[in-house]
Design a protein around this ligand. Sequence first.
Ligand code: 5AD
Length: 352
Amino acid sequence: MNISKTKDILDRTYDRENPEAKDLVYLISLENKDDLTYLFSLADKVRQEYMGQGILLRGIVEFSNYCRNSCYYCGLNKNNARLARYKLTIQEIIESVDHIIKRNIKTVVLQSGECGELDYLWLAEVIKEIRLKFDIAITLSVGEWKEKEYKSWRDAGADRYLLKIETTDKKLYQSLHPQMNFDNRMRCLEILRNLSYQVGTGNIIGLKNQTLEQIVGDILFFKSGNFDMVGIGPFIPHPETKLNFEPKGNVSLTLKTVALARIVTKNAHIPATTALGSVGEEDYRINALKAGANVLMPNFTPLKYKKLYEIYPNKRCVDEAVGACSFCAETIASSINRFIDYSKGNSLKGAM
Ligand code: 5AD
């Protein structure tokens, strides 16, 4: 590898409004240590320039693990009969949000499986109740619904929505999501945007048969869709899924994707995902924070349910007391000379 070639390509990828796919394929293929150091340090510089030194926190409450889907990678798939299913009461959700507020965190992410039984009016009530009681930004991550439901939640006071596209390659998407429809997922993202949610998407790295070109397509989509947030995590095989025997996603490839997403999107909020913290012995979220990421998502699901939200196995910190992750975030931040930013951390896209 030739470091000056890498620098040239990186610099023009940073400069261009529409980066070239072939340049990104070159960059995502880098393996040489010096090249990678340069890539990660440029991503870190861009993060510093656009997002500053603060690490934002999003307290996540996984309020239900019921799911109507059977995604081939996900432990919550409806065919996993071994998994005990749960759903928090409004009271339990409010208590969880109270924990988040007590830790001075000002975003709650309400996440669940895509639960066919989910009563959208119930969720609207939950949102209203949180709005009434707390000054906190509300992010939803509950999958594909119709405009009517998305609108009722927005009207109730939800601010943001996370819906990962998982992969932008339609064929690959269809091969992993039986009974689901790629075009519908895209449509959902559009509806959410039109309802003026701050919208997050993202992908999984290391899906079966996924190519580097497809990952580059994902990165270009994060840019062209002007997404407010982009979550990128490695695939982790789950024993109760079809992909149990597939290898896990490569950490270095995941970090390269984070770095390129930062360089290309400039000011999207990019979390150091829990999957990156769970995929190996080390906590690779720290590497992600040094390669473009600016967000951590401490878990506030009540302890007795945490283990049951098993999207993938060996999820980080499932045995920790509720909220312990937010202390851990402080330790992480100071270990890399950053600080925790306790603001709401709204999208910076409007300010572009
Ligand atoms: N490995 C990694 N990420 C996964 N997700 C679901 N299952 C897995 C897995 N086995 C991710 C998906 C989903 C998010 C909540 O978790 O990207 O959008």
